[in-house]
Design a protein around this ligand. Structure first.
Ligand code: MRU
Length: 360
């Protein structure tokens, strides 16, 4: 295979008790598939961003908890659930901001509880088979949801548009299409002429290494820029709309995404450019009232001072500020594109209605 889009971001290889992922830390130079077998390997792959992007992390967690419980010897429902929670808490501790991680683990737990009728019945082999089926459903739904986000986002794009995106909310962050990139892939499929501009996304370069790579591989007109160039690009009139992904949307519509997203949104407001956040409902966390309560991951200083450089590019001993995400205030967001449609402000009302509709 020569096109990165032909590879699966996350796959279950059940016969060898493994999750297979593309090691995203090596892209675009090298496409290497790695297999994760143990809890520690899965935890490390998520923490080290070998697999990253909120939906892809969720799918990995679903497969992960299934594989970690597959050979359980628990002989009662209670023992099984104790082991489940211990392993689930461990996987959940790998990254704090993307809600899809805990969402997938909670969904797996709820499914086991429901299947065992809260402990009234327990057939270990049957529970494990159910866990496998549920984890595969999480993956299949991710593909369907991204496609629908793409269709809803496409209604916001016109032929000839210049689009800007930040970080990677692409196929490499999901199982297909991506979220922010899904409308771009669909526009391209329809023969619309779009130009996509990708922020490089310091410090881990997801925009340069991943988004620019996958969009360019798809044959989309792609231009890379450093993060600090986006204001001048917006001022020049080249950008008609901005699409980004997100890691957690709070109940009031505040949205956490890759560090730098809120700068893009603030500048977009200055130049009246619509700013859209693409989010599967699994990324909306109605239990987090506002962005202030979203836990922001802090990462190692070396990512800023030396990673990617031949030699260290900052004085030894200098303090480093390296949050992985920031929160875009809801008033800067023109619309939240979900698989059910485009939500508009007031977001607290729109999100509440969406969850009532989904439950019904
Ligand atoms: O640190 P990362 O690379 O996992 O951050 C990813 C992002 O911020 C994405 O925009 C987000 O997870 C949405 S992916 C569809």
């Amino acid at each position: 295979m020569s096109n990165i889009l032909d590879y699966e971001t996350v796959a279950l290889v059940d016969e060898v008790d493994a999750i297979e992922i593309i090691d995203q830390t090596l892209l675009p130079g090298k496409t290497e598939m790695i297999r994760l077998h143990t809890g520690k390997e899965i935890w490390d792959a998520i923490y080290l961003l070998q697999v990253r992007g909120a939906p892809a992390i969720g799918v990995t967690a679903g497969f992960g908890i299934y594989l970690l419980m597959k050979h359980s010897e628990a002989d009662s429902y209670e023992a099984f659930m104790t082991e489940f929670r211990e392993k689930s808490d461990y996987l959940n501790s790998s990254r704090p901001t993307a809600v899809n991680l805990s969402w997938a683990l909670k969904r797996m737990e709820a499914h086991v509880k429901e299947f065992c009728e809260e402990g009234k019945s327990f057939d270990r082999a049957a529970v494990i088979a159910e866990m496998k089926a549920e984890s595969e459903r999480i993956k299949a739904e991710d593909i369907d949801v991204c496609r629908r986000i793409g269709e809803n986002g496409l209604t916001l794009i016109e032929d000839g548009y210049g689009l800007l995106t930040h970080c990677n909310a692409g196929q490499l962050a999901t199982c297909k299409y991506g979220t922010a990139t899904a409308p771009m892939y669909l526009a391209h499929e329809k023969g619309m002429k779009i130009k996509v501009y990708c922020d490089e996304t310091r410090p881990l370069l997801q925009g340069a290494r991943l988004t620019a790579y996958e969009l360019h591989s798809a044959g989309i007109d792609t231009t890379l820029l450093c993060d600090n160039m986006s204001a001048s690009l917006m001022k020049s009139g080249a950008i008609n709309a901005i699409f980004v992904g997100c890691d957690r949307v709070a109940a009031n519509g505040d949205a956490a995404n890759k560090i730098g997203t809120s700068v893009v949104a603030t500048v977009a407001k200055r130049y009246n450019i619509p700013f859209y956040v693409c989010a599967p409902t699994s990324t909306i966390d109605i239990n987090t009232p506002t962005g202030d309560e979203i836990k922001i991951e802090q990462r190692k200083p070396e990512e800023v001072t030396e990673m990617w450089y031949k030699e260290r590019m900052a004085p030894e001993g200098v303090k480093v500020y390296n949050p992985a995400f920031d929160v875009t205030d809801n008033e800067l967001i023109t619309g939240i594109v979900t698989e059910y449609g485009v939500l508009r402000a007031p977001y607290d009302v729109a999100i509440r209605k969406l969850f009532e509709q989904v439950k019904a």
